[in-house]
Every structure is written in C-alpha cells, then in structure tokens.
Ligand binder design. Structure first.
Ligand SMILES: Cc1cc2nc3c(=O)[nH]c(=O)nc-3n(C[C@H](O)[C@H](O)[C@H](O)COP(=O)(O)OP(=O)(O)OC[C@H]3O[C@@H](n4cnc5c(N)ncnc54)[C@H](O)[C@@H]3O)c2cc1C
Length: 388
C-alpha cells in the first residue's frame, strides 16, 4: 500500500471518525490510524447524552449543530446513530437560578428548542421525581441520547465510502518532524507520511503530544456509570436528566436507567486501566444518590456497571487547533462531555484545516495554545465545574 496521504488522523473514536468523514467529504486523502478498533476508547464507554444545555456559548452552538446531524443521521451520514428522543431536563441548585435563566435565554438565541419549566411541570413530565429542591428547570423536548459505537462506526463507514482509509490494530509509536514540520508517523504497521497529523487519541493524547515534542496540560479523567433495572411502576421511559443538585445525570434505555456521578472521577489514572467494571464504592454512592431523586428506585435492581477514560484539560473545555511543529493539530481534551459535539467539531476542524478558519462555529477559542498563556475559558454565566 502507498502510505502517503494528505492527512493522518491518530485515533478513531467519535472525533477521529467525524473528522475523517468531513475531510474525506471535501476530497482530502485521509488515513485514520487506530491502535485497537473503532470506538475502543471513551466513545465505546460513553453514556451518549445528546443535549444542548451548556453554559459556554460556543459549546452550546456545537451541540446544537451536532443535534441536527444526530436528528437527520440517515440523510446526512447514512447508517445508524441510535439517536433516541427522550426530552432532557437540566436541574440546578436554587442559587444558580440566575445562571439557568441566562443560559436558557442564550440557547434560545441560538435557536435551540428549550424553555424554562416549573417544578410542577417537571412533576407532570416525570411524576416520580422529587422536585422540592428547585423551582425552575430547563427543558429540551427534542434531546435524548445516541449510541456512540453506532455513531462512530457509521460515520467512519461513510468516510471510507468517500475515500478515507481506516487502519485498525495500528499503534502510533512516533511522530517524524523535520525542520519544524511534521512529515509523518511511525506505527506498529510501518511508516505513514503526510504534511498534517491530527491527534484525536482521547485519553492517550498527551502521549501523542510528547511524541511531537509538544507539552500540553492534557490529563486523563476516569468515570464510572451503572445501569439499573427500574421497578414495574417506573417501567415507562423517563426524560434524560442532568441533576446538578445531586451531582448526577441519568437517562433511560428501555427498562433500564443509566446513572453517572459528577463527583469522585479520578484524574490522571492510566488510561489503559480496566473499564469492564466500576471502582469500589461507586455503585453504593450512585444508588444512594439516585434514590434521593427517585425514591421509588429503592425497588430497582443493579444491572451492570462499567468505566471509561477521556482526556481532560485544566478548564474542562476541548483543546482544538494547531500547536507545536507545523502540521500538528489537536482534536482532543473533550473533558467527559465530547460525544454529543463530535459531528460539529469534525465539521469545524475540517473548515479550519482546509479553509484557514472554522466557519460553522468559531472554535478558535479552544486553541491549545491558551494554556501557555494561562487562559482558562469561563462562560458568562457559569455553573460549577461539571466534574469535581
Ligand atoms: C463513561 C463515560 C461516559 C461519557 N458520557 C458522555 C455523554 O453522555 N455525553 C457526551 O457527550 N460525552 C460523554 N463522555 C465523553 C465522550 O465519550 C468523549 O468525550 C468522546 O467519546 C471522546 O472521543 P475521542 O474520539 O476524542 O476519544 P476516544 O473515543 O477515546 O478515541 C481515542 C482513540 O485513540 C486511540 N489511540 C490511543 N492511542 C493511540 C495510538 N498511540 N495510536 C493509535 N490510536 C491510538 C484509542 O484506541 C481510541 O480508540 C463520556 C465518557 C466516558 C468515559
């Protein structure tokens, strides 16, 4: 095989696959090099929430653009994303009510279908929820969740149909740089050449940066989730919920509910650690927390639990754009919330690489060079950091 390409993508999770699709759609000769298989990292472990409620406008805009891809997946990409509409509720502590109102107004300005609803309205949407600790919530009737493995697989299939090459079991071991310019990479399957290399290696991104002599403060973030079987009286599907007062989120999947916690997610563990089970203590903490919001879940049962690793940055926002040697780009740092924005990030990254600037959403503020300058992105009306 001729191993010379226009661009090499390192990693094939939701983000590598999305960028492969958008670049191949524009006629670029792309190879996606993946050390294991598609969605082997965070993507394959992701809870798959698809909602637009962010406090940073550019992330909300990426989520809104991406939502439209999820909604129209068959027509735009082909195959399945598994998008399932459940409706979405954002709950915040009473002291964050002003931020909730301001952020909902910001989302409405972007065109996102969202509205403020009262605690009584929430009771009508989900009668079993405890609602005595908030007065208003934000509701997105169109939001829900998607299947991250189907999403990454179908968009990579669409990329291949447009000429992209996908090489699995291909571990990148070195990056070749000459006179300050990227020339290609060395892998367990030999050398590949290209003037542009994009690091989309998720929790392994820091290792890839080091191969290029680039120091970016990318850490790893570990996160556990559990599936519980709802008792018979709760069998009907319920909305997807981010529950800041209880530092928790949950969503339905058939008769099961998936639950994750926002606190107690260790940083900088080895991303090659086990992901087939949750860490000790997680399930007990999550069950306690979940039963506070839905007391009837006392009658439920544990189905399964697992974990995963994502890359995280110091301000918990993505690291996107060029850095270091000419031709080296980052498409990483999604800090535990990156699946839902993957269709739009790939589109904007392809515009940045091919046209010199992102157009659909201005993602240039996510430049990884911000960390050298001590810049931490903060929204106009911030909630607490999502992960604590
Ligand atoms: C448990 C969990 C739940 C989550 N829930 C949600 C959610 O509900 N909604 C949401 O939006 N986000 C969620 N996230 C975050 C989201 O899943 C991630 O932000 C997103 O999947 C990251 O995609 P990625 O393509 O950047 O990385 P990954 O999916 O991790 O892909 C990176 C790929 O790079 C490969 N790789 C690594 N090193 C090398 C190398 N040397 N050579 C070649 N390939 C290499 C890996 O094998 C991997 O396949 C969750 C994450 C976790 C862990």
């Amino acid at each position: 095989m001729n191993n010379t390409f226009d661009l090499l993508l390192l990693g094939s999770g939701a983000h590598g696959a999305s960028l492969a699709f958008h670049l191949a759609s524009r006629g670029l000769k792309v190879a996606a090099l993946e050390k294991r298989h598609i969605a082997a990292g965070a993507t394959g472990r992701s809870s798959g929430l698809v909602r637009m409620h962010y406090d940073l406008e550019q992330e909300a805009a990426l989520a809104w653009e991406s939502f439209q891809w999820f909604r129209d997946w068959k027509e735009r990409v082909g195959g399945e994303s598994g998008f399932t509409r459940t409706g979405f509720l954002q709950l915040v502590k009473r002291e964050r009510l002003d931020a909730l109102k301001a952020n909902t107004a910001m989302l409405q300005r972007l065109g996102v279908p969202t509205m403020l609803v009262t605690a009584d309205d929430v009771k009508r949407l989900a009668p079993f929820l405890v609602t005595d600790d908030f007065d208003l919530a934000a509701y997105e009737p169109e939001s829900g969740y998607a299947d991250p493995v189907s999403t990454a697989t179908s968009i990579m299939n669409a990329a291949k149909a447009r000429g992209a090459v996908f090489v699995q079991d291909c571990q990148v071991t070195g990056i070749r740089v000459k006179s300050g310019k990227v020339e290609g990479v060395d892998t367990s399957k030999g050398s590949y050449s290209a003037p542009i290399v994009v690091n989309a290696a998720g929790a392994w991104s820091r290792q890839i940066c080091q191969m290029a002599g680039v120091d970016v403060p990318l850490g790893t973030w570990s996160h556990d989730v559990m599936f519980v079987v709802r008792p018979p009286e709760l069998r009907l599907p319920h909305p997807t919920v981010i529950d800041f007062p209880n530092s928790m989120y949950f969503r339905p999947e058939g008769g099961l509910t998936l639950v994750g916690l926002e606190d107690g997610n260790p940083l900088n563990d080895d991303p090659d650690g086990a992901t087939d089970h949750a860490r000790a203590g997680f399930v007990d903490r999550a069950i306690d927390r979940f039963c506070q919001r839905i007391p009837a879940m006392e009658g439920g049962a544990l189905h399964s639990a697992h974990g995963g690793y994502d890359s995280i940055t110091p301000d918990q926002h993505p690291a996107l754009g060029p850095i270091g040697p000419e031709g080296f780009w980052l498409d990483t740092g999604f800090s535990g919330t990156g699946f839902k924005i993957s269709p739009a990030v790939g589109l904007c990254m392809s515009e940045w690489i091919l046209d010199g600037a992102p157009k659909t959403v201005d993602i240039s503020l996510f430049t990884p060079t911000r960390f050298e300058k001590g810049i931490h992105l903060v929204s106009e009306h911030p909630y607490e950091s999502i992960w604590r």
